[in-house]
Design a protein around this ligand. Sequence first.
Ligand code: HEM
Length: 364
Amino acid sequence: MLLDGVAFRPDNAQNAVTPLSVAALRVLARSGFSLPPALANNGGVSHGGLRRLVTRFFNAERVAAAVPVVDEVAAELLTGLRGQLEAGLPGDLVSDFARILPCRVLMRLLGVHGEDPLTLVRWSDDALELFWGRATVDRQVELAESVATFHRWLSEEVSGGSVDKDSLVGALSQYLLPEGTQLDRATAVAVCFFVLIAGQSTTGQLIATVLRRALEEPEGWARAGAEPGFPQAWVEEILRAESPVTSWRRTTAHEVELGGVQLAPGSQLLLMLMSTGADRDVFQQPQLLDPHRNNVRHHLAFGAGRHRCPGASLARTEAAIALRAAARSLPEAVTVRDSARPPMLGLLSFRAPMSLPIVLGQAY
Ligand code: HEM
């Protein structure tokens, strides 16, 4: 289905899972919010060019150049966290580290300035909850206000036409469509909106699960800090077994038969990406975490085909560095007992621990 973009279109990929209330729609409309087809929800001809523009920011060269940035930001955040814990204050590997690191790295890679990373993180998480969650009417209005502010800020950035040609906004402002006309502002904003969300929230969620599982596994934390190659292998195994993006959507363009079922045009499909990692025909004992499976990459955590995640390499690299750095900076970290069952983010397509409180040296 992922490989057949003609029968299975991505148009519904970003639709709100819970229909938005009139009050929430009003908030969005007042701020001029719109999400025209841009990347993940674009099955049209403009997709290829926009995707190429975005992919340039996350190619192998850029990811290699990002390594020292990830190292630097991780070290800074972990020094702060260690200081907090040594002073007897609470510390949390999700809120103090995993959620912030990808945002700070992305800002550097895309040339985004002038906004507090914590605000960007909140905007991004609010957008995920608004479009993929089951919020009440009151909560929807709250989330819509946050998302509208995010969208307005992006619109101003795009209209301001960044002077930095190397930034994402700069590249979009010079971008010409195949017919030679300039990209409209709404689509340019939609590209930035998706990239800023896709590039940080999902990676933060991956890091949260990677850290939690390594702390739970006997020897996992110690090996992550000491054994070359272990962090990369661990990240891949978590992507297979417990990816943050559990599912993705497609819709049928015409009548099509699937597994003996006749689907009408416009059928809404939920593709369970994460369950491909539990396929017993592909993975032996899929319930076990085994970082050294030789076919560990045969999962669909990043999708496949023409919409396959262009940030996969960055996400893998960041998560591996984050694990190694955390295990080295906080070798005596142990999870606070109740965090064995942390509150989980449970949106339609996103799943990860929302907190991971730790202490130094002794379990509660
Ligand atoms: C653990 C982290 C991540 C996971 C699990 C993930 C997963 C996915 C999935 C499942 C898709 C849809 C694929 C499809 O429709 O076939 C996707 C698309 C996308 N992702 Fe990611 N992603 C992650 C991180 C990132 C990062 C770090 C970035 C950018 C820095 C990024 C940017 C994008 C973009 C731009 C698309 C749309 C591509 C297109 O439609 O052509 N993602 N991602």
